[in-house]
Design a protein around this ligand. Structure first.
Ligand code: SDX
Length: 433
């Protein structure tokens, strides 16, 4: 008999079962609440609400723990590569060498996009944000690849490879076309990350020299971003997918959800914030004061997290990657100095300590991307490419879940009670319509 909690409401007293997770976390199963009491729960932003049971990613926000399928993010960032981590998230186990080689062949074989899709890029205004282009292009994939079923492993592998490989090609192609440069095609002899860098920066008169440190940094960057349990964009993919729409539409919805500056768009906002501070003479104290001022909408971008109430474990790794990449390229970035100063001051300030505000994954990630030469307006696209395997894994898990059903939250209505329709000529009070 599972443990229960008692809910006493007016003349009713009901027992609700407790659900326990693999790491001991507990939840009240309110699946029968409305049926038994007529009550619903109210939790804006879902800060206290579990939407599903998942075996993909475990986070402990108090202890700063992040694991994909039980493997720590620290170990995967150090020992794995992005395609292997993607396979782990989606299939639930680390691939054998044969499985990884097969996955790499599928990624290569599906790395081109239909030539007709190139015309789409030509018709976006040049100043279009790459996230808007990416969301549109991923939805458009449905028009070129209509039929699929994920009932068998091979079909699923094809869908995964098609999405993962083409999103990378489309991102690089969008950049080249936005610059008026020649589009560089994927190469069969390059790894996933090296191929992306080459498609972004190679050109006919100045061949791109692939730097192993940047390839390693990109692998780490995408491993760190690959999944993060039920964040805003992943919950969006699950919500949209629950209507049984095709995977391209569900992933495109996730891209749009990620775009926001409070979520994946924060990596772009962090760099813009650091550049503003630099422009204003590097006055870090002023930025910290503004972040604490309730009358000032300014927030310290890259700080704070709904789940982590300590240092985001990904931010620690990203911070180390900054040093490694800048040292290898023999460059220094004044924005990194500003970021380090911001962190030092904030982490000694009672406001940030009391509010449990620490650097999150976005605080240092932009510095690494800048060092690679990625334009700021593509930072969230880089996040999306990394998060794609997580979205796919969560989408598939939701469809395989026997308890999964169409997502449709309830509400507490606070509008008008019943109104009588008034013919227009009798509406004397202005604005009554
Ligand atoms: C990502 O969910 C995920 O897992 C997301 C992500 C992933 O991998 O998918 O980790 C990726 O989105 C990371 C977060 C990126 N966003 C930012 O860096 C934007 C800046 N951070 C914040 O806007 C904020 O911290 C959120 C949105 C991330 C989380 O906010 P919450 O949990 O809704 O908390 P809140 O807004 O209710 O803030 C609680 C208090 C408030 O003060 P009080 O009114 O209680 O006094 O903390 C303050 C806030 O004002 N606060 C901040 C702050 N973040 C929160 N104050 C100054 N600067 C900040 N950054």
């Amino acid at each position: 008999m599972s443990e229960t909690v008692k809910l006493i409401y007016r003349d009713k007293c009901i027992e609700l079962p407790l659900i326990e997770g693999a790491e001991g976390e507990l939840a009240i199963d309110i699946g029968k609440l409305r049926q038994k009491t007529g009550l619903i729960t109210f939790d804006p932003g879902y800060a206290n609400t579990g939407s599903c049971q998942s075996a993909i990613t475990f986070m402990d926000g108090e202890r700063g723990i992040l694991r994909y399928r039980g493997y720590s993010i620290e170990e995967l960032a150090e020992k794995s590569i992005f395609t292997e981590t993607a396979y782990l998230l989606i299939h639930g186990a680390l691939p054998t060498r044969r499985e990884l080689n097969h996955f790499s062949v599928l990624l290569n074989d599906n790395s081109l996009i239909h030539e007709d899709m190139q015309a789409f890029f030509q018709n976006f205004p040049r100043a279009s944000h790459p996230m808007g282009i990416l969301a549109s292009m991923v939805t458009a994939l449905r028009s070129f690849y209509p039929a699929y079923s994920i009932t068998n492993e091979e079909e699923l592998n094809l869908i995964v490879a098609r999405l993962m490989s083409k999103i990378r090609t489309m991102a690089a192609m969008s950049y080249k076309i936005s610059k008026g440069h020649k589009v560089i095609y994927p190469r069969p002899d390059l790894t996933y990350c090296a191929n992306f860098l080459n498609m972004m920066f190679d050109n006919p008169v100045k061949p791109y020299r692939i730097d192993d440190t940047l390839v390693e940094a990109l692998n780490v960057f995408w491993v760190l971003h690959a999944d993060h349990e039920q964040n805003c964009s992943t919950s969006t993919v699950r919500m949209v997918g629950s209507g049984k729409v095709n995977i391209y539409a569900a992933i495109s919805a996730g891209i749009s959800a990620l775009w926001g500056p409070l979520h994946g768009g924060a990596n772009q906002s962090v760099i813009e914030m650091l550049m503003d501070i630099q422009k204003n003479g590097g006055d870090v104290q002023k930025a910290v004061m503004r972040a604490k001022d309730k009358n000032d909408p300014f927030r310290l971008m890259g700080f704070g997290h709904r789940v982590y109430k300590t240092y985001d474990p990904r931010a620690k790794i990203m911070k180390r990657m900054c040093d490694k990449v800048l040292r290898k390229l023999k460059i220094s970035d004044p924005l990194l100095d500003i970021a380090l100063k911001l962190e030092e001051i904030a982490l000694q300030d009672s406001y940030f300590i009391d509010h449990n505000l620490y650097p999150n994954v976005d605080f240092y990630s932009g510095i690494v991307l800048r060092a690679m030469g990625i334009p700021t307006n593509m930072f969230t696209v880089m996040f999306a490419i990394g998060r794609l395997p997580g979205w796919i894994a969560q989408w598939k898990e939701s469809l395989d879940d026997p308890k999964w059903r169409l997502s449709r939250p309830r509400q507490i209505y606070i509008g008008n009670t019943v109104q009588k329709y008034i013919p227009i000529d009798e509406r004397e009070v202005a604005g009554q319509s």
